[in-house]
Design a protein around this ligand. Structure first.
Ligand SMILES: Cc1ncc(COP(=O)(O)O)c(C=O)c1O
Length: 359
């Protein structure tokens, strides 16, 4: 990989020290150009048969791209609008009933905790929140679903590997918002039933993109709740129409050609740099930042080999605002003592040095 060539494709890096991919990744020029081109073509030629033919082809292509990223088949992947969208779909479709337990961790993102709490209130299931690192040990006889991050958004810690061995009766739903594109994802090795991911973070696509992996062995236990036109195998069959028998049955009802074009364009930038190189460079730079912060007396949250570095600050919101005024984009994590830097393969040592100097 040529790090300088990769970096040159992200205009924001010429202007800002951008360390915020955990919220939204930097947009690469080819993705933006693909989106603008698709919109322009639609404006000039209308949105009729050609537009839809292109959309369907691009949807197939992007589904296959996401699937390859997580070691799955295209039919194991639904196109969604976000991580939260995928999580909502799972919590609505999975047959849970009173007496069942969902195990989660207290520090999970609202995109996960909101749908879990709603399932508790709607279905009467029990929800138990235990420390992230204890999740595998706490699975009990009534546990039917473990819902947690692959990579914690608060600390950059990784889900306990023992979660891969929950057996066939307990579903593992991984929130992959901080995983997909940031670190290697092997859905088989993770042992997950479901992996929900964002397109706008570490995959550098537009907001409104994402995917949901559904393991083939869980398909029948996750009947799609609202299969609409694109998710139907035979949409012309009226009330006899049925959903695709695989993950495609969970496709979101609406996603625009131009949005998919931006996602696909960004994906190609990263795939051409090489996923192994993209993952290892981001993780390596993040670790270098963590080491440097510790050497300067900052307390860094216990983390894993990931791209997030959370560190304590006396006044995170004020420091974040001060850094923003100096052209440094990181975030605070409300309710915690932490600032969080997101370090991607597109960053370099100058970004890290500017952050350290400004702190
Ligand atoms: C761990 C985690 N889960 C879920 C989300 C929500 O992602 P999305 O906006 O794609 O639903 C985020 C976003 O920051 C996150 O960090």
């Amino acid at each position: 990989m040529d790090p300088a060539a990769l970096r040159a494709q992200f205009p924001v890096l010429d202007r800002l020290t951008y360390l915020n991919a955990g919220t939204c990744g930097p947009l690469p020029t080819p993705g933006v150009a693909a989106m603008a081109g698709a919109l322009q073509a639609a404006a000039e030629h209308g949105r009729a048969a050609d537009y839809f033919a292109q959309f369907l082809a691009l949807a197939d292509r992007q589904r296959a791209a996401y699937a390859a990223l997580v070691g799955a088949q295209p039919t194991d992947v639904a196109l969604t609008t976000s991580t939260s969208d995928g999580i909502v779909r799972v919590l609505h479709a999975l047959a849970l009933r009173r007496g069942d337990e969902i195990l989660t961790a207290p520090d999970e993102h609202p995109g996960l905790l909101g749908p879990v709490a709603a399932a508790r209130d709607r279905l009467g299931v029990t929800v138990r929140a235990v420390p992230f690192e204890r999740l595998a040990d706490e699975v009990g006889e009534r546990t039917r679903l473990v819902a947690c991050s692959h990579v914690s958004w608060r600390t950059g810690a990784v889900a306990p590997p023992a979660l891969a061995d929950l057996g066939d009766e307990v579903a593992l739903l991984l929130d992959g918002a901080q995983g997909a594109g940031a670190v290697p994802v092997d859905t088989d090795a993770l042992g997950c039933a479901f992996y929900a991911a964002s397109g706008q973070k570490w995959l550098c696509g537009p907001v409104g993109t994402g995917f949901l992996y559904v393991a083939p062995r869980w398909r029948e236990r996750l009947p799609p709740t609202g299969p609409t036109y694109l998710a139907l195998a035979d949409p012309a069959s009226g009330l006899q129409a049925s959903a695709h028998p695989d993950a495609r049955g969970h496709d979101t009802p609406a996603i625009a050609l131009e949005v998919l074009a931006a996602a696909a364009g960004a994906f190609v930038v990263l795939a051409e740099a090489g996923w192994d190189a993209v993952h290892s460079r981001g993780v390596h730079l993040a670790e270098a930042l963590a080491v440097e912060l510790r050497s300067r007396g900052r307390r860094v949250a216990p983390r894993g080999p990931t791209t997030l570095v959370a560190f304590e600050d006396p006044d995170p919101p004020t420091t974040k605002a001060r850094l923003a005024a100096q052209g440094i984009a990181i975030r605070d994590l409300p309710g915690t003592p932490y600032l969080r830097a997101s370090v991607g393969a597109w960053n370099d040592e100058t970004d890290l040095a500017r952050l350290i100097a400004a702190l």
